[in-house]
Each structure stands twice: as structure tokens, then as C-alpha cells.
Design a protein around this ligand. Structure first.
Ligand code: PAF
Length: 284
């Protein structure tokens, strides 16, 4: 695996590879890697000739500065994991490389529409603009053919798909969304899980079990009572629920009365202590 810290060196190397007609697969991350990330690397390996992973903890997507400061940094362990998964290139830029001080001005605005006002967008104002800002820059630096993202961040996948359209990259970059990896007790793998205390970790799978309960109990008709039950179950287990929503799988608009046909996803964000967890389950 070759490690690059500077965009121009990365570009020189990737331009050479492109001359050989290599398909470049890209997995953007913020580090603190786990098996979920490695499954993206493996998927990328199986679909492309050269796999690039980036690690950059992007300050502009943290609406809570405390959360940014507490984000785990585990670079040495990450490098070992990437080597074990067969990653070809690691891009590890500094903050100045991603946000050059001389270029500081009004950040670009990405017209994400309603997607930005719902769910994560509502509870984390500015978050998706920050995600778009960094992913836009990373795509410019890496120029991949295929971009691999995890379904665990369902709304983020939709936002980045929109970013590809907005920046006219949807014709040159294919987006592959890979399934959420779970621990044996159902908890979705996440870099944030390592911040849970022992007792919080024991309770954490309730979030997935509640999503499964919603899936299993869903019947055509009004959805409000089922969602209230879900909030009560999570609250009783010690969660502070931000949202649990049954939403249209294609636009995330809430479904208050299901016709039995509409494709849905159930999505949830809830705090356990100080740790904010998100999860989702596509239903049909
Ligand atoms: O999902 C993440 O880890 C981040 O949001 C991403 C896509 C790497 C952008 O910083």
C-alpha cells in the first residue's frame, strides 16, 4: 500500500495508473476503521483494479465541536487494517491540504433540497453541506471510477448521489452502496461504538431490535402508533430518541399512512449517554 499526504503526488501516481486503463475504486472514510469499512475495501477490490481509501476527519461536517474533538483517531491501527484488506493506496491529507488557508472564503453551497431538511439534516444543521464540501474535494483529488459507500449512512448515500448529479459526475462515477455490517447482537458497526461504556454497549442493540420490530409489525394504514411504540421501547431502554421515521425509501419523506405498496425504510437516531447512534432498515 502506498501512502500519500499531498494531492499532487497522489494525482501523479493515479494518472499513471489511469494510463494503464485501471478502474479506480474509492472508499472515503474518517478513520477509526472497523470491519464495516473493510467490507467496503473488499467490495472495492472485487470491482476495481486499484483501491484508494482516504482518511480525513472532516471538521466542516461536525455541527457539534465536542463531537469533532472526541472523534477517535487510530491511524496506526487503521493502516494495519487497510494492509490486511489489500487496500492499494491510502490518502491521508492534512487539514491544510483539504482546506488550504489561502482558499478560505465562502464555502460552496450544494442545492440538496428537502433532503437536507429531513432527519439527519434537521438534527444536524450544516452537516450535509460539510459532507458535500469534503466529498466534492476528495472526488476532485482521487477522480475515481467507482465510489463505495455504506448503507449504514442511508441519507448520506442519497446526499452524495445528489452531489454526483449536481457536479455532473454521475456519468463518470458509479456509486455502489454496500450493506450495513452488524455485530452478532445486531448493533450496526460504527466508529462511535468504541465510545460506549460497557453498560451502554449492552443496551445498544435495542436500536436494531426496535427497527426490526417496526418492520415486523408494519401493516397498511396509519403508522403513528407503531412509531410511538418504538420511541417508548427505546426510551425505556435508556435512549434519548432524536427521531424514528418510516420514510419513502427514495426521498425520505415521512410515510404517515402506508398503502402496503410504497417502498419504505425505517431510520433512527438516538443518544445513549453522550454517544449518538444512527441505524436504518430498508423494509420491502
Ligand atoms: O461517512 C463518512 O465517514 C464521512 O461522512 C465521509 C463520507 C468520509 C465524508 O467525510
Amino acid at each position: 500500500m502506498i501512502l500519500f499526504k499531498k494531492t499532487n503526488n497522489l494525482r501523479k501516481y493515479l494518472d499513471n495508473q489511469k494510463e494503464k486503463n485501471y478502474q479506480i475504486g474509492f472508499v472515503p472514510t474518517m478513520g477509526a476503521l472497523h470491519e464495516g469499512h473493510l467490507s467496503l475495501i473488499r467490495q472495492a477490490k472485487s470491482q476495481s483494479d486499484l483501491v484508494v481509501c482516504s482518511i480525513f476527519i472532516n471538521p466542516t461536517q461536525f455541527n457539534d465541536p465536542e463531537d469533532f474533538l472526541k472523534y477517535p483517531v487510530t491511524t496506526e491501527a487503521d493502516i494495519r487494517l487497510l494492509l490486511s484488506a489489500g487496500c492499494d493506496v491510502l490518502f491521508l491529507p492534512s487539514r491544510d491540504e483539504m482546506y488550504p488557508p489561502e482558499a478560505s472564503g465562502q464555502p460552496p453551497f450544494y442545492a440538496l433540497g428537502e433532503l437536507e431538511l429531513l432527519l439527519e439534516g434537521k438534527f444536524r444543521p450544516g452537516h450535509f453541506q460539510g459532507v458535500c464540501q469534503v466529498v466534492d474535494r476528495l472526488l476532485f483529488q482521487v477522480q475515481p471510477d467507482i465510489l463505495f459507500l455504506g448503507q449504514k449512512d442511508y441519507q448520506q448515500c442519497m446526499v452524495i448521489s445528489r452531489l454526483l448529479e449536481l457536479t455532473d459526475r454521475n456519468k463518470s462515477i458509479s456509486l455502489v452502496v454496500c450493506p450495513t455490517l452488524r455485530e452478532t447482537d445486531g448493533l450496526a458497526m460504527s466508529s462511535r461504538n468504541r465510545r460506549l461504556s460497557v453498560t451502554e454497549r449492552e443496551k445498544a442493540p435495542v436500536i436494531f431490535h426496535t427497527l426490526c420490530y417496526v418492520r415486523d409489525q408494519l401493516r397498511p394504514g396509519p403508522t403513528g402508533d407503531l412509531l410511538k411504540e418504538a420511541v417508548s421501547a427505546l426510551t425505556a431502554a435508556g435512549f434519548r430518541v432524536e427521531y424514528i421515521s418510516l420514510a419513502d425509501a427514495r426521498n425520505l419523506k415521512p410515510c404517515t399512512d402506508w398503502d402496503g405498496q410504497q417502498e419504505l425504510v425505517v431510520l433512527c437516531a438516538a443518544f445513549l449517554g453522550e454517544v449518538r447512534l444512527i441505524d436504518n432498515l430498508p423494509l420491502n
